[in-house]
Design a protein around this ligand. Structure first.
Ligand code: SIN
Length: 185
């Protein structure tokens, strides 16, 4: 069967897929998933860092009852070639139930998650150390700092006041000392 004959799929974006939409879609809706929370625990060697100095980008970790808001996009299946390439540094597709907020309807779909078994995974650290790491990281897609600030803006628009993301935003916006700490992380 050709890709074009397969039914379109819902994709749930919770990180850069919310604000950097470089793929075609048929519909988009504000949406949420339950049981997951964002953490800047995934290393980025290809977008916000380099193989020598990986940045830190967001992934999801299981968290009972936590609601994570994002954007659901209805995409043709051919779009996954591009998405798989974009998310290739450790992310894998996972099937997930997605709540479409405006329609009060559940659909099943796909998200990209990077778990602790991928080679680029960095894992937990103190929030100030994560902020200092991000303050000093850059890659082909831009500065790691901008990834956080753009995500925080997008989450404010969605009304998802994610404490982990907003703490990082405030540390990165307010604190010049992060620059000096970078040298030590
Ligand atoms: C996502 O945005 O849904 C996945 C993580 C990322 O690409 O930032």
């Amino acid at each position: 069967m050709k890709n074009s004959e397969v039914k379109p799929t819902w994709l749930f974006g919770y990180g850069s897929l919310i604000y950097k939409v470089d793929f075609p879609y048929l519909r988009s809706e504000q949406a949420s998933i339950t049981g997951w929370q964002r953490r800047f625990w995934q290393g980025s060697q290809d977008h916000r860092g380099t193989p020598e100095q990986p940045g830190r980008v967001v992934t999801l970790v299981p968290a009972a009852k936590v609601v994570c808001k994002g954007i659901a996009y209805l995409v043709e299946n051919s779009v996954f070639d591009h998405l798989d390439h974009r998310e290739k540094n450790g992310y894998q597709r996972l099937e997930i139930d997605i709540a479409l907020l405006n329609e009060q309807q559940k659909v099943s779909g796909i998200l990209y998650v990077a778990d602790e078994h991928n080679p680029a995974y960095l894992g937990a650290a103190r929030i100030r150390d994560i902020a200092a790491h991000i303050a000093g990281s850059h890659g082909p897609s831009g500065s790691n700092r901008d990834y956080v600030l753009q995500l925080a803006e997008a989450l404010r628009d969605l009304g998802d006041m994610d404490p982990h993301v907003f703490k990082l935003e405030s540390l990165l916006r307010s604190n010049n000392t992060l620059q000096t700490e970078t040298a030590r992380v």
